[in-house]
Each structure stands twice: as C-alpha cells, then as structure tokens.
Design a binder for this molecule. Sequence first.
Ligand SMILES: C[S@@+](CC[C@H](N)C(=O)[O-])C[C@H]1O[C@@H](n2cnc3c(N)ncnc32)[C@H](O)[C@@H]1O
Length: 431
Amino acid sequence: MNLRGCAAQILAKVIGDGQSLTAALEHGLPKLKDSKDRAFVQALCYGVVRHYYALDFALGKLLGKPLKAKDADIKTLLLVGLYQLQHMRVKPHAAVSETVAATSHKPWARGLVNGVLRQYLRDAESLLQAADRDQQARLNHPQWIIDALCRDWPEHQEKILHANDQAAPMFLRVNQRQTSRETYLDQLAAQGIAGQPVDCCDTAIRLDQAVAVEQLPGFSAGQVSVQDAAAQLAAELIDAEAGDWVLDMCSAPGGKTAAILERQPALAGLVAIDVDAQRLQRVEENLARLHLQAETLVADAGNPADWAGPRRFQRILLDAPCSGLGVIRRHPDIKLLRRPDDITALQATQAKILHAAWQLLSPGGILLYATCSVLKAENEQQVAAFLAARTDAEEVAIDAHWGLARPHGRQILTGERQMDGFYYAKLRKAV
Ligand SMILES: C[S@@+](CC[C@H](N)C(=O)[O-])C[C@H]1O[C@@H](n2cnc3c(N)ncnc32)[C@H](O)[C@@H]1O
C-alpha cells in the first residue's frame, strides 16, 4: 500500500468529513501491518493537521482554483506532499515521486500532483513570504481562534499559538500506591529512558522523549500512567480526605479518577460517571490496570435526578466538557473541527452541569471545576457567573506557583512548564 495515499485517505476523513483525527487513525492505521509504516503514516497525518492553515494557504496559491469536494483525497494528498517538502527530512525527489505514485486510482491527478509539488520546490521562498503577510497562514490557526486568544490574552497570544503547534512532551503519573517518583525515575534510568521530575506536581515525570507505553517499566502492572502534569494537579487540588465520598462528574477516560484514588487510599468511595458508555469503559479498563476501585455509571451529569438518589459527596470533580483549546498540541484537529458557535453551546452545558453538581455537594464540601481550555468564557467567567448566582458558594483561593492567578481560579496557559493549557477553580459550599 502507498503510505502517502493511506495518509491522504485518513486525512480526507478529517478535513473532508469532519471526523476526529483519533477516530480516523483508529480506523485507517490497522490496515498497515508494519509498525514502522503505521508510525510514518501517523506522523504524516499529525504533521498535516498541525500545519494545516499554513499548508492550505500555500496549496491555494499553487492551485489557483480549489478542487471539487469529491476530490478531497487529492487535496489531502497534495497537503501530504507539501508537508513532506516543508517539514520532513525526506529527499524532495523521493517525496514527489512517492506522492505522485499515490494517484493510481485517479490517473487524471498524476500531472496535477506532480506539477503542484514541483512548482512548490521552485517557488518555496516567495510562498513563504506571501504566507508571512497573511495572518491566518502566518499564525497557522483559524481566524476565530486567533481573535479569541487576542481578546483574552493579548500579551500571551503569540506564545500560546506557537505552543499549540509543538508536539507535546510525554508526562507520566507515578502511582503512589505502588512506588515513589524517585524509585520510578531509577527504574526508567535503568531502561535507558531519560525523564525529569516536574517541580510543580509531585507525581509527575516528564520524559525527554516519548516512548511506547509497553517500554515503560511496570506499566501493565499499574505503576504509571500517561497524563499531562497540568491534569495531574486535579488530584492534589481536590485534596480528598480519608472517609470522603468523591464524585467525578465527567470522568472518562479516567485519568483524574485514577489520580484521586492513587492519592487517597482511604476514601469511603468514588463514583465516576460519564454520559458516553464507550468512554466509560476506558475508565474501567484504566482502573483495572491500576488495581483501583470505583463505582462507574453511565449518566448525564446535567440531570442528577435521574441517577444520584439521596447521596451527597464531600468532594466533586467537575472536569467539564470544553472546547479543548488548551490541548491543541495533543489534538491538533481541534483547530479544524471546532466552530466559534460551539463555545456558546459548551458554556451553557458547563453552567448546567455546574449547578447540577452543586446540588450533590455536602455542606462544607469542595467542588473542583476544571477545563482543558484557555478561554475565559469557559473558565473564570463561568465561575464568576456561578458565584453571582449562588449565595451558598464561596471560592477557595488556590495558592500555587504554577499558572496565573485570575479573578476566579488559576489558569495555566498552554506551554507553561511545557504543560497543557488548563484551568482550575475551587468552590466550597456553605455549611
Ligand atoms: C474533559 S473530558 C473528561 C476527562 C477525564 N476527567 C479525565 O481526566 O480522564 C469530558 C468528559 O465529559 C463527558 N461528558 C460530556 N457531557 C456530559 C454529561 N452531560 N454528563 C456526563 N459526562 C459528560 C464526555 O463524554 C467526556 O468524557
């Protein structure tokens, strides 16, 4: 199978049909038997999606007029070709001929692909200059995200946009129930895997280079999990005490559920819910690997009357569904798939779940509101509106040396200490 053609087909599902990159790769990659081939196609797909706005600008100039919708696979093949020429250490002539060879199912496109890629090689310099004059191409993001970040973080906007386009490092969370970070770092070193402790999070290790999880010592036995350090902070912030009942309102795939359980082995219990049954299964698998127990429930967090009964909780984590604009490094397709209207709809869902969660919190209990977004509308403004609407809620300040202290909560902007963009606010219910 032609690997460029395979990447183009996967990308057509994302760019043409609006599927997530994860779903398109899960469907497309198993067709390749060789793991090196899978890694190459995956690198092409991530690369094209990550650099889409810059590449698409260059392609627009080279094509003159757009291709028809039914030829989305040829467009994505051209993007694959351009990506290789701009960003990969592949010999240009090999990149062109292999890409042209992927047109065998549409022979008319052979000349077009060959011509466009060769023209790029001749005009690369002037195309780069033209891209520099176009904001969307230069900053490599859709205009609405550029504008939203400019509005919310005018002093940090370019830094965030730049961080969004870097591949994220691999962070590990050490399972404190099984081992210590120091011991695990020694185990990693013994395997020749270099990693550094993360100073703002006592369970986190940042690897110098990503590795397959199978290479991590003790992974299948549950000694470690893969989780960004910013996400790991949730367990420390929620600070569950022995004997507490904890509710994780939007739990799948269970990274924070597990982190909370690892940190506090003497909980009365933890209930982990998610509206998506398939994703909730991932929570169960993760907990099983880590030898942790929780009650899992497929349920709508916005309608607790349907499932909660009279139970109340001393701690609630609301890791709300959000735009994900803080995790674009890990999911670059967010740039292509999210729409500005989504933010308004998400805000309404977040507010609904936040008020619903509050009903389930014991007097004196703590609710930790979290998102992996950097937009104020989903974060500090959401919390401000909630506090204005409730007389029985007060904010607990988060005293930390990571993130930015905001009028409400704390914001980590993408790339700070190489972490994902994340937001946390801690709310206490009056007794
Ligand atoms: C940000 S993710 C949670 C990540 C998770 N806390 C972790 O650390 O692994 C948001 C989750 O909210 C779930 N979700 C969205 N709407 C929901 C609702 N109305 N009720 C319950 N879960 C919901 C999604 O299925 C998704 O799994």
